[in-house]
Ligand binder design. Sequence first.
Ligand code: CA
Ligand code: CA
Length: 397
Amino acid sequence: MKRSSSKLSIAGVAIVCFLGSTACADMTLFDMEWGDPVTWQWIAGTPGVGGPGTQSHEVSSAQKHSGDFSLKWRYTFPTPVGDIWPVIEMTCGTGLNDWTGATGLGTWMYFDLTGAKTDWTIEPVITNPYPTITGLGNWNSGADGVPNNTWTQHVWSLSGVSPLAPVDHIRWQYHTGDGWQPISKSNNVDIYLDDIFLAGLPPGPPTTTTLVLWDMEGPDPATNPRVAPPASGGTVSTAISTAHAITGNSSLLWRYQLPENPVNDTWILITLPTPTGKTDWTGSLGLSAWMYFDLTGAKTYWTIQPHPWNGATRYDMGNWNAGGGGVPAGQWIRHLWDYSQAAGLDLANVTATDWDYHLGDGWIPLIKAGNIDLYLDDIGLYGLGGPAGIGPEWALY
Ligand SMILES: [Ca+2]
Ligand SMILES: [Ca+2]
């Protein structure tokens, strides 16, 4: 499935001021007017009381804090439930991943709990590379006396949270029931989010940009796909594919055909030569890559790690562990690597980048046969000053 082409342009960025503010110092990351920035998943629930239910989401006009739309998150109960303690979670990109200078992360929320009797808590968790995961604290509506069915704003402090650049994802965790007041309704509980914003930033568009080196719209740029010993064998191939794309029509499919079932702890790599004329990476802060892991039927952890080359030297930019970060397969994920672990890398002449991909990784073996597919798209340099024609980083969403 191709990712929707919803993009947030500079013209679409809203600067929101609130009562009492003397300066316009909040920046909206998501106004939900332009498409769905969110991927959603269950992370936990309490089975046995009517089952775990289901959740869904859509951009909706039913309730909105600004404009015409908000993001509606529906939790459907199969039957009336007693004291259930579901934890549901959604993940979205950050829109703008350089949060330097921001003092808080805020959102507007509307809880349609008509017919329900419950408290609810919500907590954003932000992730940085490597990954660093920081919970910003639960906010409990009951304790704060906030009624349902009204738009409510809350700001979580970013004081002491570091680093604030880059921040690549926000996970929103929502608890209800929570042992205080059980949910006493059947059918749906609807949560609306709108105008997720950073507080404390000066107004104006960000300057951080991404220069895409590989958009995977042309010939396959990968060379030397191979399984490195002592892996369990199998074959690795690459091809340009139209099955998934974050932008344009295609991405790079990196296929690992498993030799047997199961396979334990293997790693493979591909090499992407730096495009001609773009070997000077001076001024960038790191590498950005979009990844889509099709691990359908597999149970595994996986890590990915870029290694830029210059001269005859291969540099290490650090593992990113998707399993440890709780990132699911079957969706586009963006990750940023900065150069802090690539000591000595000469950014003026980067000739290629190896991409190591570990599967299983000693923790949980693969339990499927057939193919493991990884799609890569829009690999580039982030943090550049913004050469003409290169869009703002949040335009990727
Ligand atoms: Ca809106
Ligand atoms: Ca593409």
